[in-house]
Design a protein around this ligand. Sequence first.
Ligand code: DGY
Length: 319
Amino acid sequence: MKPKIFITRKMDDRVVATLQDKFDVRMWESESEPVPRAVLLREVSEVDALWTVVSDRVDRELIETGKKLRIVANMAVGYNNIDLEAAKEHGVLVTNTPNVLTETTADLTFALLLATARKLILAESELRNGNWKSWSPMQFTGMDVGGATLGIVGMGRIGEAVARRAKGFNMHVLYHNRNRKHDAEAEHGFEYRELDQLLEEADFVVVLTPYTPDTVGLISERELGLMKRTAVLINVSRGGIVDEAALYNALTDNTIWAAGLDVFETEPVPPDHPLLSLPNVTVLPHIGSASIKTRLAMMNLNAQAIMDVFEGREPKNIV
Ligand code: DGY
């Protein structure tokens, strides 16, 4: 009997093929609909390995349903969707896919920052909708990125990769992190700040800290109030780190100038979400790591982690 795997989204056929000799692989084939909870619970009750994505809720109920479950391989660097305590209690290994998505996510962060600062999406849609009637000096004017001050909240691998890009734009880079990054300070001139001070000084605040109980609502009404009226907030980490109701108010009463969001408290974000009605918000559907090469690398890491467990090796990225 081959061990059974359930994969919760459609993955690349070539990667799935690497598993098919040794495993009985079942996969949720729809690319537009997430696997329904009832199906997930049924599948988990029968499998030895579960391959998840960032929006699958792997809670205690799911882990306890997986009586034979040995590994949850989460195709993401973040693992806030997984109840690690329940997994540990039940001897279920959890792995993630760090490193391979660092540069891709930093590219997207910078793209979102530029798009928000220069109103790219708004300007593009006005043109497409036939609303570009004349060239007008103050139409679609935004904020300069070159030479501005960037504040990075959460200076991990992706934060550092964003900061390196910022140097190419001649930006002054501030960061806030649990641990000082003395090497990065010495090598690149990045400057450490306490969070409040960073928020007061930065023209662009980029949220990249992991989502943990300590960072829920880290950027709320008080923190938004510390930012410059001309400031732009970018969130590419997890929606719950920024209080969305407070952000909506800050964007409507001009506490801050604009926001760029790749992540939301609830994903997929409902189309009637209040933030989507604002012209000074750029929104993306959680595509930080979405390049072909990176998504394939993430899939390969996940496949490798599962193979490692069943071939008696310790997987590389245990969380
Ligand atoms: C991650 O890896 O945590 C991203 O948010 C999903 O690509």
